[in-house]
Design a protein around this ligand. Sequence first.
Ligand code: CNA
Length: 282
Amino acid sequence: TENRSQATAHTDEEIDLQAIASRIKNGQITRVVVLTGAGISTAAGIPDFRSPNTGLYDKLAPLNLPYPEAIFHISYFSHTPEPFYAIAQARHPGNLKPTISHAFIALLAKKNVLHFAFTQNIDGLEQDMGVPVDKIIWAHGNWKSQHCWKCKAEYPEDSMKKAIREGEVPYCQQPECGGAVKPNVVFFGQSLPLEFDEKQKLVPEADLMLVMGTSLKVAPCSQLPRLVKEGTPRVLINIERSGDIGSRKEDVCVLGSCDDGVRKFADKLGWRDELEALWSSV
Ligand code: CNA
């Protein structure tokens, strides 16, 4: 009734989040599996793909692609690599400061409750924030190395950096190859790293899944939340609802920015000062 809603100081979502925080505090939750996407890095200055107006897919019109995802599709790249390199500089990680959402993942690790963290991001900000490398699964690879897409020969780092800076396609230097060089970022149509398969089998071990900043539109990462055992809470922190989170009674959706969401969660955990201090340290 109207009276009741006026008397209630906390929303259901806050009560649920508090209950989960208490279970972390009292040691009932010790294996948090995290799944993140571009939305945890937008506040660091890296646009996501699908947000209207600001997302990359809304900015590709001048490149005349057959469809937006073609820019990251291996079959398109294999014959037309120019559009990828036209935007590569903007996608290449510079010296950006991780967000407080990255710091929250690092804090989970510090508190020994991070089982592992899947990231669909290729920006490396988890590592920059100090999330232990052995806890990170780079589901979509990263920019740390590059190969010829055709003959798989490695390509020198400095030549790659120059190509990205100049927006030029780097070509393989092997005799008679001439294939385009591609960073070891997973494109559509390519397989994910073996580690992804190994770790996805362990998702049912989770006693909490925390999903942040992803539209859950890209498989197979989008399927990971379904692997969480029924009865195990799943928390979504995102501007909008995504995937099937919210469909189970133990799910909690914290809608809003990732950074506000992790601050709220940290308040309930009594970790807020530590979180801010950890974030300030980078
Ligand atoms: P996406 O499909 O663009 O979805 C992003 C989601 O995050 C959307 O639901 C947004 O509403 C939400 N969002 C955006 N900003 C915020 C914010 N500040 N707080 C809360 N929610 C926010 O991106 P996904 O990651 O789901 O898609 C997977 C693709 C995107 C992967 O292949 C990534 O490699 C790729 N990507 C990565 C980066 C990066 O490395 N930082 C940047 C852009 C795209």
